[in-house]
Design a protein around this ligand. Structure first.
Ligand code: WT7
Length: 681
């Protein structure tokens, strides 16, 4: 058993990790899995040894079709702004669509499944995808858009989302998709930051059987963006039921355009793809960090696409005959990398499901998997826990999975085993993949055909990735020492974001400053990447990720910034101070607990206020950020310098006594008082 001595500042405790640490069993892949896998032997792995860096990543880049081959594999002259495959030109849409037509024209590229069990699937063959992407690209050209412009999408899980992404990619237009479940205001802030003049949205979509009027969000988004100085000239609106506008929100004359009408003119149009420099931006993906402002991770065309194509092929082991279903939303990085770009670059069939896993009943997932012959399933521990606890029963269905992926949060060995035994019938391998929005693709995972699995552990570094754990002082925490520390990556890799949109210095500050050995050095060895996660490394190099060390909360595999939630709470006039901490949750991993103190003159005993604050957070960020509890307290526990001690609040929320020393607080008495409020005493 490994002993954990230090976890992090946001309240994840040793007790909470519990049995997680006892698990050191190796489980080996089935012979059948190994027989079929792309990676069969050690020589292939040897190509990715440290001495072959960076040329090892030619294995990935050579999976793509380049209009012009690169001249420099890695330009590290301006660390940490690494540039990969410099001199090369390629087009992401061509690589994901056009080049497959020769062999796979009639093959399903995307199978879209409606949330309603009565609505037929929409299947797009590679040929159909090609036609639709070209038609939409033709419209984008007509709108005056060109390479280098940004366009924001606020789209749910509809086929028009990958069509829109690929049409932008075809022209070198930078797409910035905002998760459909985010509020109009959150979308507007991202429009303003990305400087998009065009918003692409939809009238509505289904969630748990209800039609959500999504166009209403577009009006809020545009108003928010305008307040922040960004004018949105046009809102392009797809329709959930093509041909019928189903939203109750009226169209704004001159600004809102229904794509059903506009597209008629573009039927049958073809548009040449634009070969883009390898280091040009393919898309932006906003994610939460330590400040209140989400950051736009700018991913590159050549490096990113190589990285997701390579990991999808060699690690994910997606073969053209696989049916791959990733249950993530395309509004998150997982969907960009492992529903759209990675699988399609490999001519795979990628399933998209509109709805939630438990709708309309606990076995919906297995019904879909059985009917479509899904061979690779890809989801988050939260979904697995939900299915497991809801009594979902995959064994009743003729599902035949080859590979099962888990991503987004730590998975408890108990949940891992259910996934492996009950869902995978011990024949499928389980891949626990650790990565981040910033990293573009997987960083820690086993290579399933040649490495055993270890329940609850994300495995060693992926091909060509060299993880290391550092303590706060920058000393390496040795593998097998049982000590936790900060998970870092020693070397650059092609999938890492190019920069943070509009704020390159933030890339340096947030990910490199902490462990940079020499700011003047041009040697990448002096610039390890700091992930913001705490982890341990076992003797075998396998990583166990414990959670964030910064002000980020992982709710059901979705990343939220505590500062963003706190700022949203502060918009309520009554609130003087707000502090968010993660509370363990059996299903969702963590949920946010919010503590607020009020301005003088406001009544603390006010149920209505709790609802008002929750509502404010839902509408400013989105329902996923809604706190589980709002506690109105007379004062926050504070240090003499006025810093709110979130660590103490986290301990109280999680019903733990390990507050540490509270005598240094200015107001130690408040701890007891808050504890009584939380316990309902
Ligand atoms: C954070 C990144 C990357 C896709 C989904 C989330 C946590 C991610 C794992 C895993 C334990 C994980 C980390 C990371 N995380 N994968 N396999 N085991 N934790 O992307 O929203 O950028 O969140 O998710 O804390 O830093 P994201």
């Amino acid at each position: 058993m490994e002993e954990v001595t230090q976890i992090n500042g946001t309240g994840i405790s040793e007790a909470e990790i519990g049995a997680y640490w006892l698990e050191e069993d190796y489980i080996y892949p089935s012979e059948e899995f190994v027989r079929k896998a792309y990676i069969q032997n050690q020589p292939f792995l040897n190509k990715f040894k440290e001495e072959n860096f960076p040329e090892c990543f030619h294995e990935y880049a050579n999976l793509l079709s380049w209009d012009r081959y690169w001249t420099t594999t890695l330009d590290s002259s301006n660390p940490p702004f690494w540039r990969w495959f410099v001199g090369g030109k390629l087009n992401a849409c061509y690589n994901c669509v056009d080049r497959h037509l020769d062999k796979y024209k009639n093959k399903a590229a995307i199978i879209w499944v409606s949330e309603s069990v009565d609505e037929p699937d929409r299947i797009l063959t590679y040929q159909e995808l090609y036609v639709k992407v070209n038609e939409f690209a033709s419209l984008l050209l007509e709108m005056g858009l060109k390479a280098g412009d940004t366009v924001t999408f606020h789209l749910p899980m509809v086929p028009e989302l990958p069509i829109s992404m690929l049409a932008c990619a075809r022209l070198g237009i930078i797409h910035s998709e905002v998760f459909g479940g985010f509020s109009g205001q959150a979308c507007g802030e991202r429009i303003a930051d990305s400087k998009s003049k065009i918003l692409i949205t939809i009238d509505g979509y289904y969630r748990s059987g209800k039609f959500i009027d999504h166009k209403a969000n577009a009006d809020i988004a545009v108003a928010t963006a305008e307040k922040l100085g960004q004018k949105v000239e046009k809102v392009l609106i797809w329709t959930r039921h093509p041909g019928t506008y189903s939203s109750k929100t009226p169209l704004v004359e001159g600004r809102d355009l229904l794509l059903d009408d506009l597209m008629k003119k573009h039927r049958g149009k073809r548009v040449d793809y634009v070969p883009m420099p390898s280091e040009s931006i393919l898309f932006l993906m906003y994610t939460s960090g330590s400040t209140g402002k989400p950051k736009g991770c700018a991913h590159s065309t050549g490096g990113y696409l190589s990285y997701v194509a390579g990991t999808s092929k060699f690690i994910h082991d997606i073969h053209p005959e696989d049916v791959h279903w990733c249950m993530a939303d395309i509004g998150w990085i997982t969907g960009h990398s492992y529903i759209v770009y990675g699988p399609l670059a490999n001519a795979a069939t990628s399933v998209m499901y509109e709805g939630v896993p438990l709708y309309p009943n606990v076995n919906r997932v297995w019904r879909i998997a059985e009917r479509l012959g899904v061979s690779i399933l890809h989801t988050a521990p939260t979904a697995i826990r939900m299915l497991m606890r809801a009594g979902s029963n995959p064994t009743q269905y003729k599902c035949d999975f080859r590979l099962l992926v888990t991503v987004g949060e730590p998975i408890e060995p108990e949940v891992w085993r259910w996934y492996y035994k009950v869902v995978g019938k011990k024949g499928a391998v389980v891949l626990d993949t650790w990565w981040q929005t910033e990293t573009g693709g997987w960083l820690c995972t086993t290579i399933p055909s040649v490495m055993p699995m270890k329940p609850g552990s994300a495995g060693p570094g992926a091909l060509g990735i060299y993880p290391v754990i550092y303590d706060e002082l920058g000393n390496e925490v040795l593998p097998g020492s049982g000590k936790a520390g900060n998970l870092c990556i020693k070397n650059p890799w092609p999938g890492r974001m190019l920069t943070i949109w509009g704020d390159p210095e933030r890339l340096v500050k947030q990910y490199y400053e902490k462990y940079c050995k020499n700011r003047d050095s041009k040697d990448w060895r002096d610039w390890p990447y700091f992930s913001g996660d705490a982890a341990t490394m076992a003797k075998d190099g396998y990583i166990r990720v414990l959670g964030r060390v910064d002000d980020v909360i992982n709710v059901a595999g979705h990343r939220l910034g505590t500062k963003e939630i706190e700022s949203a709470a502060l918009t309520c006039e009554e609130v003087a101070e707000a502090a968010v901490v993660p509370k363990s949750d059996e299903l969702r991993g963590h949920v946010p607990d919010l503590y607020v103190s009020l301005k003088s003159g406001y009544e603390t005993d006010n149920k209505h206020l709790e609802d008002k604050i929750k509502q404010a957070i839902s509408s400013i960020i989105g329902p996923i950020a809604r706190p589980a509890n709002v506690y109105v307290v007379s004062d926050m526990p504070k240090t003499r310098s006025g810093k709110i001690m979130r660590r103490i609040l986290a301990a109280i929320s999680n019903n733990r006594e390990d507050y540490g020393d509270i005598t240094t607080l200015v107001n130690p008495d408040v701890v007891e008082e808050i504890r009584n409020i939380v316990r309902g005493e």
